[in-house]
Design a protein around this ligand. Structure first.
Ligand code: PLP
Length: 410
């Protein structure tokens, strides 16, 4: 085993060596700019990009022309959300502003911040509060819809919890109402079967480094038929990607993403079974061994490889220090630098204490049973150790109701 053991695959995965091997020639040998239409260097690179586009389209049931390459999901979400909102603003314009947008409170910051920007620019944004199990349902979106709603942006699976929203059902609702549906599928694509036709998706964001591809590359799916979705470009310049996203294409990254998509298409089922079995072992054993332990989010509607577990009567920072042999997250990768309790867990109504003492453990297709056993042992030891030091836990065991204690002296 290599220490610290990596349990942070929702933050990023290692790049599959087969994807890396596919990329390498495009750094040094076939290095042309796919925009160079006058010579073989350019044509070869363009052919490689076309091949990747096809593999990605196949993975999600799209047409190759519907794939627009980006630098990752942060850019993808910005392009999809701002691009659709500004394109359809006229349709939503009325007394209340430039149109109504629906998103969720526990989206990734790469969705929340573009939505907040749009709110400053005159759009009206509703942030739906998730259910206590983390889900956003079709009924919740339907209840928030208005005549001036132009865009719904609901992530397919949550990055901290792994919970799976009712996205295909929300997509159907949006199609019936003539509203554009965007989904941030960064944690979903490559892990779960996706068919943008069957699942009623208009715009979908995903990223190479969450699916065993390289970092700094991603794509958005942009529906071209029934209905044709149009976007206002957010980066303008050379007119690449049909003018939707200018900039010289990241050929090596795109080739790596294409190969990762190909591998996901072939191996997804096997990988799912593998991670699900290990995730269940992790959750079940920790809950068996440790009382006051809860798995956050819906019991079944969850990705196979992500779990988020809170341990009562444990101080979060202490827990992270005690399990240094395990590389995992206490909240989202992007927020763990600050000591704020995770806004995702707070949105579910989870109290600050349990939010602080939560761990997100995310597995990969390479995670071994031995590694999971080690994590179980280490976490069990750490939680028991910290509880032994905790006066609160002592009081709790003595039957004192901690919520009723008046802590301040008068
Ligand atoms: C759900 C979700 N959306 C967006 C992002 C941002 O993706 P990227 O790192 O490709 O910009 C992440 C990464 O953590 C994510 O998990």
């Amino acid at each position: 085993m290599k220490f610290p053991i990596y349990f942070d695959n929702a933050a990023t995965t290692a790049c599959d060596k087969r994807a890396l091997d596919a990329m390498l020639p495009y750094f040094t040998e076939t290095f042309g700019n796919p925009g160079s239409r006058n010579h073989a260097y350019g044509w070869e690179s363009e052919a490689a990009v076309d091949q990747a586009r096809q593999s990605i389209a196949k993975l999600i049931g799209a047409q190759p022309k519907e794939i627009i390459f980006t630098s990752g999901s942060t850019e993808g979400n910005n392009l999809a959300i701002k691009g659709a909102a500004t394109m359809y603003a006229k349709k939503g314009a009325g007394e209340k502003g430039r149109g109504h947008i629906i998103a969720a409170m526990h989206e990734h910051k790469a969705t929340l911040d573009p939505c907040k920007r749009l709110a400053k620019d005159g759009f009206d944004v509703t942030f739906l509060e998730p259910r206590a199990d983390g889900l956003i349902t079709k009924d919740m979106v339907e209840g928030a819809m208005r005549d001036d709603t132009i865009l719904v942006s609901i992530m397919w699976a949550n990055n901290e919890l792994g919970t799976i929203n009712e996205v295909p059902e929300i997509g159907k609702l949006c199609h019936d109402r003539g509203v554009v549906l965007h989904t941030d599928a960064t944690q979903w694509v490559g892990k779960m079967p996706t068919d943008v036709e069957r699942d009623n998706i208009d715009l979908m964001t995903f990223s190479g480094h969450k699916m065993y591809g390289p970092k700094g590359v991603g794509a958005i799916y942009v529906r071209r038929r029934r209905p044709r979705i149009r976007l206002t470009a957010q980066i303008e310049g050379g007119g690449q990607e049909r003018g939707i996203r200018s900039g010289t294409l990241n050929v090596t990254g795109i080739v790596g993403l294409g190969k990762a998509a190909e591998l996901a298409y072939e191996e997804m089922e096997k990988d799912q079974q593998h991670t699900l079995k290990l995730r269940k072992k992790l959750e079940d054993t920790l809950q068996e061994k440790l009382e006051h332990t809860q798995v956050n989010g819906h019991a079944d509607r969850r990705l196979p490889h992500i779990t988020n577990i809170s341990f009562g009567f444990v101080e979060g920072e202490g827990l992270m220090m005690a399990i240094k042999d395990i590389a995992c997250s206490s909240g989202s990768a992007c927020t763990s630098a600050s000591l704020e309790p995770s806004y995702v867990l707070k949105a579910l109504g989870i109290g600050d204490d349990l939010a602080h003492s939560s761990l997100r453990l995310s597995l990969s297709k390479w995670t071994t049973e031995e590694e999971v056993d080690f994590a179980i042992e280490k976490i069990t030891w750490a939680v028991n150790h910290l509880r032994n030091l905790s006066p609160l836990y002592d009081m709790f065991k003595e039957g004192i109701d901690i919520s009723k204690i008046e802590w301040q002296s008068h």
